[in-house]
Structures are given as structure tokens and as C-alpha cells.
Design a binder for this molecule. Structure first.
Ligand SMILES: NC(=O)c1ccc[n+]([C@@H]2O[C@H](COP(=O)([O-])OP(=O)(O)OC[C@H]3O[C@@H](n4cnc5c(N)ncnc54)[C@H](O)[C@@H]3O)[C@@H](O)[C@H]2O)c1
Length: 489
């Protein structure tokens, strides 16, 4: 195929050259290999995270902010004033139809990610989609298939993957065998999540928000909480709990160290929403065991502080071997602690620091957008630091854990201990979890935790053989017309 620069493409189209019969469209931009002109980017959803997208897109000269879309007219207006002259939309489908947009970045709530990405791909755009890239396992896999079929670049918003001198170097170090075999990869999400309060009447949706579009593929239900934005994380209709919020970052890095490119073959969990009664449904306390054959991935969520503090006193969070929100990779010859998005410290078995890998400067989100831009030009998805396949696998590890939890049963501590007694790593994590809850004055013989359903997964088909209840939770009932297609087209 002949390769055109964008300019020569437009000129030859205008001249009606025989070789070029199509007008210049966003779809055809993707075929322009090596173009060094600005990629015209549209951003969808910017109450919170989308604001960082816009800052990164603004700083990166290779992007031109060309479209803005949010269903909340107040949120949209603020940004429209910042970027005068930029196309603005309430309905993302119209943004995707625009011929003036080459790529999109998506920072809506989780329940929209997969469908928005698929629609954008179908419209010929490259996509940067926030984490988790999906709200359930099946739709995440579908995004991968659409991306490949249409040859689109799809970057997942797991920006730790762009820590090239930090985490990436530590992954190389471990995978080169410098610390011997991995014994366990631990993901930690000790992040304070306070009560969201308890409402007695449904939220009155503020004028100016298109609530039907906000719900999209989710069920259109009254909102039984005080805030529409952000707190959707804590109800299953729209969110995935903290495992699929902060936790997906650490899940992804833990899996990266392990080098696993499939879902885990078996899963067991313990967890609950304890310490307060509020409108949230998702656990604020959780232990997840992904039994990969070579070495397990053990994940812990703690939304309560290190202990119960008197009102007004600054709370501290727990940490484990130097990480609170981070990763600890325990190997035969030492360990790596990843305490942040851009740094990894290597210790020997005696706990003495051997070396530290860290990014020199800069923001990992900016680096992640720059990497996305590079792939938009190279047209090679292997150039992406967080290709959609990795985004899907790490998101799905959160989803399968949540399925185990949601199909589980509340149990007293003795029943849980008996069920996990043959798993020393899990038992040790549960012991520490109990101490943490006691320090928070949570009595789990009264406020019971849920012992998750043990699940067996066939990683080749990404299904749970013979388990109809679990298989049903791999997808959702979509609400027309917001339906993730079964078939890739
Ligand atoms: N990578 C990171 O470090 C990071 C950090 C924070 C959040 N996130 C992710 O970003 C996403 C957004 O999080 P947030 O905290 O900004 O949430 P938020 O609820 O504060 O903002 C979401 C915005 O999306 C808009 N929106 C909802 N449905 C829409 C639709 N159909 N079309 C257009 N706009 C729509 C809402 O009106 C709102 O303005 C989440 O998926 C979250 O997991 C990632």
C-alpha cells in the first residue's frame, strides 16, 4: 500500500488523484503511516480524571485538543470555556462521528469504558481508555478483539506501565532471574475509603445532566446515595469496588512481574464492607488469591485506617514491607517493593537495600499519553506500554475476584479459617487482616465477612466450566441501545 503524509493525502484527495478516491476522514488518518502532524484528540468525561487527560494532551505538542464530551452540562461548560472553539458534545456517538477527530480518550465511569471504546474503534478512532478497561470480563475481551480487527491502537490507563526507568527496569531485573524464583506477587491497596453516608430518598438528578446517557449500558435505577459522580465506584451497577478502582493499578503491576498473559486458573476471596453502614455495596476489606501455577498473586484491599482514631486526629494507613498502595514481589533471593507509580526498591533476603530503580522526572500520565501518541503514528500496538490486552487481563483479574465475592456467603471467622487452612499465604494474610479489623474495633463474629465462592477458570475460554452462576456474571444485561456487541464487526 502507498503511504501518504497527511498533507500530501489531503492535497491528492483535493486534486482528485486516481489513487485516492476517499475524502480525508478520521478513519483514513489511521492509514497514514509516519504522519508527524498533530493527532486531533477528543476527550470523553472530565469531572475528575479526564482533567488530567486534558492537561497531558495539552502539554504533548503532538496532540491537538479538538473535541470535548460530557453528559454533565456544568462540567462541559467549564472545559468549553478553557478550550474555546473546540467541538463540544453531550452524546459521545456524535463526537465519534466527527471527521475532525482522529483519537479519543475516555474517562467516564467504568460501566461505559468498553462500549465507548468499541464505538470509537468502529468509528475509526484510536483510543486511550481509563482503567479498568471494562466493567466485566467478557466486554473487556471484546474490546481487544475489536481493536485487533480494526487495527486500532488502544492504550489502557494503567500509567505505571510508562514507568520505564522505574518499574519496567525492576520487572526486567526479576524476570532475568536476579532474585531467583518468585514465591508470591503481592498487590496492596491500603487506601482510606470512608463511609459515603446513608440516604433515605433517591438522589434528585441535577438539571443539566443527561441521566439516560450517564447510565448507558447500566440499569437505569434511582440513585440511592448522596453524590452521582465518583461514588458510583461503590455500587455494582456501575463500579467494581476499590479492587477495580485503585487496585487495578497494583493488580496490573503484580501480574507484569509474574509475566502471566492469561487469567488465573483458580480464585478464592474473603471480604466485606465493614466498619460502617452506608449506601455502598462493594467490599472495603478484601483478600484475593489468584492461584497462578508458577507463583500466586495475593491481593489485599484495606479501606479502613491502621486503627480507629478519635475524631479530628490524622489517620495513618497500614503498610506491608514498605508499601501501602503498592506491590511486593517476594523471591527466593530477596524482594522488590514498589511503593509508588514510578519507583521500585530491591532488597536482599536480610532486608538490605541492593538497588533502586526510579523514573528521573515527570509525570507518568504524561509519559503514558506520549507513548499513546507514538503508537498512533507507528500503527504498531506492540509499541504501546499498556496495550488493551494487558488492560483487559488485569481488569479481568479484579472482576473474577469480585465474582467470587458476590457469589460467596457470610461466614464466621472459624469457618473462614477452616476453609483456607491449607493455604499458608492466604491464612497469614487473613490473620493480619483480623488484627487490622480488631484495631478498627470491627468484630467479625458479628459483622461477618464473606467467604467467596472458590472458582475454577479455563483461561483459554475465559469462562468457569460448569459454573452457570459465575458464568452469568462474566457479562451483564445491557440496556438498549447501549449494547456491547457479541460479535466483532
Ligand atoms: N489512571 C488513573 O490514575 C485514574 C485516576 C482516577 C480515575 N481514573 C478512572 O477514570 C474514570 C473516571 O473517574 P472520575 O473520578 O473522573 O469519575 P467522575 O464520576 O468524577 O467523572 C466522570 C465524568 O464522566 C462523565 N460521564 C458519565 N457518563 C458519560 C457519558 N456517557 N458520556 C460522556 N461523559 C460521561 C460524568 O458526567 C463525569 O463528568 C474512572 O473509570 C476511574 O477509574 C483513573
Amino acid at each position: 500500500m502507498r503511504k501518504f503524509s497527511r498533507r500530501s493525502f489531503i492535497q491528492s484527495a483535493a486534486a482528485g488523484a486516481a489513487a485516492v478516491t476517499l475524502p480525508f476522514t478520521a478513519r483514513s488518518y489511521a492509514d497514514i503511516v509516519g504522519s508527524n502532524e498533530a493527532v486531533r484528540i477528543g476527550t470523553v468525561g472530565f469531572n475528575g480524571r479526564g482533567g488530567s487527560h486534558l492537561s497531558s494532551e495539552k502539554k504533548e505538542k503532538g496532540f491537538r485538543i479538538s473535541g470535548l464530551c460530557d453528559v454533565d452540562s456544568k462540567v462541559l461548560e467549564v472545559r468549553a470555556n478553557e478550550y474555546p472553539g473546540v467541538e463540544t458534545y453531550t452524546d459521545m456517538r456524535k463526537l465519534f462521528d466527527s471527521k475532525n477527530i482522529d483519537a479519543v480518550s475516555i474517562a467516564t465511569p467504568n460501566h461505559w469504558h468498553a462500549l465507548a471504546a468499541i464505538w470509537a474503534i468502529q468509528a475509526g478512532k484510536d483510543v486511550y481508555v481509563e482503567k479498568p478497561v471494562s466493567h466485566n470480563v467478557s466486554e473487556g475481551r471484546r474490546v481487544v478483539e475489536f481493536a485487533r480487527k480494526h487495527g486500532k491502537m488502544v492504550q489502557a490507563g494503567t500509567q505505571s506501565r510508562s514507568s520505564r526507568l522505574g518499574i519496567a527496569k525492576a520487572v526486567e531485573y526479576v524476570q532475568a532471574g536476579k532474585l531467583g524464583k518468585i514465591k508470591v506477587a503481592r498487590g496492596l491497596c491500603y487506601k482510606r475509603r470512608d463511609t459515603i453516608g446513608k440516604s433515605t430518598v433517591p438522589l434528585k438528578i441535577p438539571a443539566g445532566i443527561d441521566f439516560d446517557l450517564w447510565c448507558g449500558p447500566a440499569e437505569l435505577l434511582p440513585i440511592m446515595r448522596r453524590k452521582l459522580h465518583y461514588d458510583w465506584h461503590w455500587v455494582w451497577n456501575t463500579g467494581n469496588g476499590d479492587l477495580g478502582n485503585q487496585g487495578i493499578h497494583e493488580m496490573d503491576v503484580a501480574r507484569w512481574f509474574l509475566g502471566e498473559q492469561e487469567l488465573s486458573p483458580s480464585i478464592i476471596t474473603v471480604g466485606g464492607r465493614v466498619g460502617y453502614i452506608d449506601d455502598g455495596e462493594t467490599p472495603n476489606t478484601m483478600i484475593v488469591y489468584h492461584a497462578y501455577e508458577k507463583a500466586p498473586l495475593l491481593f489485599e484491599v484495606r479501606g479502613l485506617a491502621a486503627k480507629s482514631y478519635p475524631q479530628g486526629v490524622k489517620e495513618q494507613m497500614d503498610s506491608y514491607k514498605g508499601a501501602g498502595v503498592g506491590i511486593v514481589i517476594e523471591c527466593e533471593g530477596g524482594r522488590v517493593t514498589v511503593p509508588s507509580y514510578g519507583k521500585a526498591i530491591v532488597y536482599d533476603t536480610a532486608g538490605k537495600e541492593i538497588t533502586t530503580f526510579k523514573d528521573v522526572a515527570g509525570d507518568s500520565t504524561e509519559a503514558h499519553f506520549t507513548n499513546f501518541l507514538k503508537a498512533c503514528h507507528s500503527r504498531n500496538h506492540e509499541d504501546l506500554h499498556a496495550d488493551i490486552l494487558d488492560g483487559h487481563l488485569s481488569s479481568a483479574l479484579c472482576h473474577t475476584a469480585n465474582i467470587s465475592h458476590r457469589l460467596g456467603q457470610q461466614a464466621d471467622p472459624q469457618t473462614i479459617e477452616a476453609a483456607i487452612k491449607n493455604n499458608p499465604l492466604f491464612s497469614e494474610a487473613f490473620d493480619r487482616c483480623k488484627q487490622h479489623l480488631i484495631a478498627n474495633k470491627v468484630d467479625i463474629s458479628k459483622e461477618k465477612l464473606t467467604l467467596g465462592m472458590p472458582l475454577k477458570m479455563d483461561p483459554k475460554t475465559e469462562t468457569f466450566p460448569g459454573n452457570d452462576a459465575a458464568n452469568a456474571m462474566l457479562t451483564r444485561k445491557y440496556r438498549a441501545p447501549y449494547i456491547v456487541p457479541d460479535q466483532v464487526s
